[in-house]
Write a protein that binds this ligand. Structure first.
Ligand code: ZN
Length: 473
């Protein structure tokens, strides 16, 4: 597929510049409204508010009730047969506590030193409002959008998107799209964004080992009564060796070798490994030492012991022989691995090595990946002026990214808040010239507009079937 150069958007940018102050004022008005998903404050009002905003600019928006907080879904289909883009965001915010750490109140947006401070400005109200303003500007100048657009805003992202998988399944047809763009997440410290093409999945579980029916004295009972902490230690030692290789049968079966383009992209990502190690007071990264920084984060699964508990851990000593022990673990999943598959493999391993140990599943999300050579990737990369590099799989979980497996559409992430965006109050910021920058996401839409002649973008399914079994060192 050949792609046309990005169209001339100078009239749209001129419109944005003229409306700069108005856009900023409207963003500030939105930020004034609390929408705290953790306890529901303002959720219904803000869902209605942002649906009204989208209806006013010419999208058809509706509020869809869910078991938890509602979804807001808007759409506009101007070009039959053209690609459909979903813009994902979330209208909920984190609780603003601790309040005394805020320099200005969380719901009284304040500009200091060219930055706008408010709860939710950088996560994610600022970004998705910017995208809505971009659509508004494009409609004001051109009267129509060059592709079909849906805007999906959820109200539960900050509490882990518990309804998103159910919602995605129930609304599979309505959510059909060629591309999903989410702007959530920070830019790098140097101000450049990363285009993220997927996310590692996660599987969390707990292991429980039991000994006697109560704690016992190690002098009176040691050597007679088995110690459940040793049971777990021995079991865990059979699951990963000292070279960093997970030794559970079949664990790497669905881990694919990166394509040359993926490898080149990962190798090109900037990282100062020495500085990272220094900042963490580490002599070395984890085994296997030969793996690249981003290769570790993007292309390999992990097996992490999150915690190992049992017996006595207080001051001094206690001659206890504990009666139970717990290990909390998570596996980060890549490529075609699934949480169900890996859970079954870990469980089979436990049955073979320590059949008395209980395994309790706690939570999971499958991984997703969009091809780097998708027809959308390169135009987006080229036209995001400051973004010279891209990234394949994200280290952290982001619930929207779990949609592709269910909905067969590829996710891409275009984070735009400042690198200081954090959950800590005083640093959650957005550049106050956001109204100008806010509309720049028009650029993101343009390469994926109707100018893309063919609709064979179904090819961009994250379940891209390259099945090259990865060699385990
Ligand atoms: Zn967010």
């Amino acid at each position: 597929m050949s792609l046309q150069p990005v169209p001339d958007l100078s009239d749209v940018f001129a419109y944005v510049d003229v409306h700069r102050q108005e856009f900023l004022d409207r963003l500030i008005a939105y930020l004034r409204m609390p929408s705290i998903s953790a306890h529901g404050q303002g959720i219904a009002e803000v869902a209605q508010y942002i649906a009204d905003v989208m209806n006013r600019i010419g999208l058809a928006a509706r509020i869809i009730p869910a078991a938890g907080w509602p979804m807001v879904l808007a759409e506009r289909n101007d070009v039959p047969g053209a690609p459909t883009v979903i813009l994902y965001g979330h209208y909920d915010v984190q609780p603003p506590d601790p309040l005394d750490e805020w320099i200005s109140p969380p719901f009284e947006p304040t500009i200091r030193d060219g930055r706008l401070y408010a709860r939710g400005v950088g996560d994610n109200k600022g970004q998705h409002f910017a995208q809505i303003l971009a659509l508004e500007s494009l409609l004001a100048c051109r009267g129509a959008l060059p592709c079909n657009v849906k805007v999906l805003l959820e109200g539960e992202e900050e509490i882990g998107s518990p309804q998103m998988p159910v919602f995605a399944r129930a609304h599979r047809d309505e959510l059909k799209a060629d591309l999903v763009i989410t702007s959530d997440g920070p830019v790098d410290a140097d101000g450049r964004s990363r285009l993220r093409f997927g996310v590692r999945g996660v599987l969390s579980f707990e292991l429980r080992a039991h000994g006697a029916n109560r704690d016992l004295h190690s002098g009176n009972w040691g050597g007679v009564v088995p110690n459940p902490i040793w049971t777990l230690v021995h079991l865990l030692a059979t699951m990963k060796n000292d070279q960093g290789i997970v030794t559970i049968d079949g664990f790497y079966d669905n881990v694919d070798t990166p394509t040359p383009l993926e490898q080149e992209t990962l190798d090109g990502l900037p990282i100062d490994s020495v500085a990272v190690k220094q900042s963490l007071d580490l002599a070395e990264f984890d085994q296997p030492v030969e793996r690249g920084f981003y290769e570790r984060l993007s292309t390999w699964p992990t097996f992490t012991i999150n915690g190992l508990h049992g017996g006595y851990g207080g001051p001094g000593s206690k001659t206890v022989l504990p009666h139970e022990a717990f290990a909390k673990c998570d596996v980060r999943l890549v490529e075609s691995q699934t949480a169900d598959e890996i859970y079954a493999k870990v469980e089979a391993h436990i049955r073979r090595h320590a059949p008395g140990v209980e395994m309790i599943r706690q939570g999971s999300m499958d991984p997703s990946k969009t091809r780097l050579d998708s027809p959308y990737a390169d135009p987006i990369r080229r036209h995001r002026v400051k973004n010279r590099y891209s990234f394949r799989q994200w280290a952290a979980a982001c619930p929207i990214m779990s949609l592709p497996r269910r909905s067969a559409f590829p996710p891409s992430v275009f984070p735009t808040p400042t690198p200081t965006n954090r959950t800590t109050p005083q640093t959650r910021t957005w550049r106050s010239n956001a109204s100008t920058r806010a509309s720049r996401p028009v650029r993101q839409c343009s390469p994926i507009s109707g100018r893309i002649a063919s609709r064979n973008s179904n090819l961009i399914n994250c379940q891209d079937a390259r099945k090259v079994k990865r060699k385990i060192p």
